[in-house]
Design a protein around this ligand. Structure first.
Ligand code: SF4
Length: 64
């Protein structure tokens, strides 16, 4: 599973980092950064939850 993050849409709420810290980080302005593009299976559930929780709709899960 891959993740796509739209940094133009992100509002820096940080829910993704709290939910899946192995997948997401935030830059100095609070905007999302991806730590991985291919999400390891063990982090997939957390990554999907982060996609669902993101308040701006900046994240997408791209299934293989
Ligand atoms: S949860 Fe969404 S809006 Fe918040 S930092 Fe992550 S991508 Fe950005």
């Amino acid at each position: 599973m891959k993740i796509a993050a739209d940094r133009e849409t992100c509002i820096g709420a940080g829910m993704c980092v709290l939910t899946a810290p192995a997948v997401f980080d935030q830059d100095d302005d609070g905007i999302v950064e991806l730590l991985v593009e291919d999400v390891p299976p063990g982090d997939a559930d957390a990554a999907r939850q982060a996609v669902a929780l993101c308040p701006s709709g900046a994240l997408r899960a791209l299934d293989d």
